[in-house]
Design a binder for this molecule. Structure first.
Ligand SMILES: *[C@@H]1O[C@H](CO)[C@@H](O)[C@H](O)[C@H]1NC(C)=O
Length: 513
């Protein structure tokens, strides 16, 4: 009979074996040249010890069956390499890299790949994580070496971690999604750098990575500070912890000591941690990118620009963390009447039905440095008060001194602010908590001639208008200014001409500026 000449594929063999599990189950298969004519196989019994299978075959269901024995090709024995998962690069911008199946052993991140050319230059992904200074020596010291990250083949990985066939025992899985922050404490301990820069980048990159496939994005289960202990990332006023707990209540925070424990456990080099999904953030690597390094000095700008190129638009990627933070702030006991901290702030409760423009001036006059001349502060308050008074109660003015308020009180005010203004400083970080709206605006007062992109870039990324004020001149095209820190930038004699600011607000809301 022809049937012995039938060469069966592995797939067919699997089907046959499956069929064999159910006596007298009819399985239809075809073979080369006879695709149009199925044969019918009544699987009799199989003998897995001899790799043979006895089948009864008939060209049609009705014809007389012929019993035959087929030899099933043996399954290939799994090799050591088969158990090594290759690393995948999911998304990358300078300083922001999302991996699947990346490994860490003895403090070194291992990319396991037989195709290393698909990965960007290692220096665009990672640095030594040292404190950054603008000296050639320091820049050289932050260049990564083979201690930070290497790319090895699957064969090499199997040789290192599976030489004795115990790969499974040597690989420690870190299940779920991990954010690895490779920067030192230098900037982390600061509301702006932690929330409006690091997490700004994390949010847009993470949301962007999944926005086409999975909405909302999956949770980040843990964040690891590889170079910062607990004190290194918690800022004095407590905004960083408040934000993290409000926006990521389930996140597990692991600091340097725990990371060092992971390093110690793998210090002999033949044990390894496996991260199924890991977002690596590296400040120095982000600064090696053009958008951060040459244009904005903002690490989040690399993540944001990359995701813009992928098609991410709007501010939906930020809104969940903003609203979660404000929701938590609103659980503060509500005060009514003329007493209590909110009355003292000029906080007049929830927005009324009447359309209201809410202006909030964050005063730094109680700070030791970077503040207005007293006369300038007075001129600003007078001009803003006059402006708001001329609107018959439709506009609202809040003059807030953050140092005298709880975090919740600050958040309640900025959470309903349309026009946020103040001297260049951390208080303006609250712009990330102001509502997205067509009139949402940030007005930043700087020592004349001074410039930094912190708040301008952040405001624009959140689709807010941004203006700079140099005493009595308004800087409109602020994206084009170059960072500059003239004498007086950090001082206590910053001038501002109040009526210039009031006029800007009036004209901007009238659509003239
Ligand atoms: C600020 O502007 C006002 C109004 O034009 C002007 O009178 C004052 O001299 C300026 N101050 C400084 C320090 O330039």
């Amino acid at each position: 009979m022809v049937y012995r000449a039938v060469s069966i594929t592995r797939r067919d063999a699997v089907l046959l074996l499956l069929g064999a599990a159910f006596t007298r189950l009819w399985v239809s298969v075809t073979y080369p040249g006879h695709e149009d004519r199925p044969i019918y196989i009544d699987a009799g019994h199989s003998n897995t010890f001899t790799n043979t299978i006895t089948v009864t075959v008939s060209p049609t269901k009705a014809s007389t069956p012929v019993t035959t024995t087929l030899i099933v090709p043996p399954s290939p024995v799994p090799t050591r390499i088969d158990s090594v998962k290759s690393t995948s690069l999911i998304h990358h911008a300078p300083g922001w890299t999302l991996f699947e199946d990346i490994y860490m052993s003895d403090g070194t991140l291992f990319i396991v790949s037989d195709n290393p050319s698909q990965f960007p230059e290692i220096r665009m992904m990672i640095s030594t994580g040292l404190i950054a200074m603008a000296t050639p020596e320091n820049m050289a010291a932050r260049e990564p070496t083979a201690n930070e990250m290497v790319i090895i083949s699957r064969e090499e990985a199997a040789n290192i971690w599976g030489a004795d066939g115990t790969f499974a025992n040597r690989v420690l899985p870190v299940e779920g999604n991990t954010l690895l922050v490779n920067e030192p404490a230098q900037f982390l301990r600061h509301y702006y750098h932690f929330v409006a820069e690091l997490f700004f980048g994390v949010q847009v990159f993470w949301h962007g990575a999944f926005y086409q496939s999975q909405n909302p994005a999956p949770p980040i289960h843990r964040m690891i500070f590889a170079h910062s202990n607990t004190e290194g990332w918690r800022d004095g006023p407590g905004m960083n912890t408040f934000f993290l707990q409000a926006a990521f209540p389930s996140i597990h925070v692991e600091v340097q000591e725990a990371w060092e424990d992971r390093i110690a456990l793998t210090a002999n080099g033949n044990r390894v941690w496996h991260f199924p999904r890991l977002l690596l953030s590296d400040r120095s690597a982000a600064h090696r990118g053009t958008i951060c390094g040459a244009q904005t000095q903002r690490i989040a700008a690399e993540a944001w620009k990359y995701m813009q190129m992928l098609g991410v638009r709007g501010t939906d990627w930020w809104e969940p963390v903003r609203s979660a933070t404000l929701r938590l702030a609103k659980t503060l006991p509500v005060y009514s009447g003329d007493t209590g901290p909110q009355a003292a702030l000029g906080f007049h409760g929830a927005k009324t039905d009447a359309p209201k423009v809410v202006i909030t001036y964050i005063s730094r006059q109680r700070q030791p440095r970077r503040k207005l001349l007293d006369a300038s502060h007075d001129s600003l308050v007078a001009a803003l008060t006059q402006l708001v008074n001329s609107k018959n109660g439709l506009w609202e003015l809040n003059i807030v001194t953050a140092e005298t308020m709880t975090l919740e009180e600050q958040l309640l005010v900025v959470g309903r602010t349309d026009i946020l203004l103040g001297v260049h400083g951390n208080g303006l970080t609250h712009l990330v908590m102001t509502p997205a709206s067509p009139i949402s605006t940030v007005i930043e007062i700087l020592y004349p001639g001074g410039w930094a992109h912190d708040f301008q870039w952040t405001a624009v990324a959140l689709q807010k208008s941004h203006f700079g004020i140099w005493n009595d001149t308004v800087q409109v095209k602020t994206a084009n200014l170059y960072p500059n820190y003239p004498e007086g930038f950090q001082g206590t004699e910053i001038p501002v001409h109040g009526p210039t600011v009031a006029q800007l607000i009036e004209e901007h809301l009238a659509g003239k500026v």
